[in-house]
Design a protein. Structure first.
Length: 93
């Protein structure tokens, strides 16, 4: 009896597209975190430049946007780095 060799596995196109989108999102977040780290480490040297301040604000706003629904602690930390107010929850009285 001869065993049949399995054919190539086919991966649905929707899975590949969603997986690639997920990888792109993770890469985007990693690059933003790297940019934030670079801006923090060079902060004292270039803190008086408006372009660096604008870049820092943009990077932290993007990081806040990425984590606003998934990680409230990172959201609060990133908002504090740029002096952004975090919204208060309404009390259910």
């Amino acid at each position: 009896m001869r065993a049949e060799t399995p054919g190539p596995r086919t991966i649905p196109s929707w899975f590949v597209e969603n997986d690639l989108i997920g990888v792109q999102i993770v890469n985007h977040i990693v690059y933003l975190a790297l940019a934030a780290s670079l801006l923090e480490s060079s902060g004292s040297r270039f803190e008086h430049r408006t372009s660096v301040a604008n870049a820092k604000r943009l990077v932290y706003l993007k990081l806040m946007e990425n984590y606003q629904n998934t990680d409230p602690f990172k959201f609060i930390i990133y908002s504090g780095k740029i002096g952004e107010q975090t919204p208060q929850l309404a009390s259910g009285k």
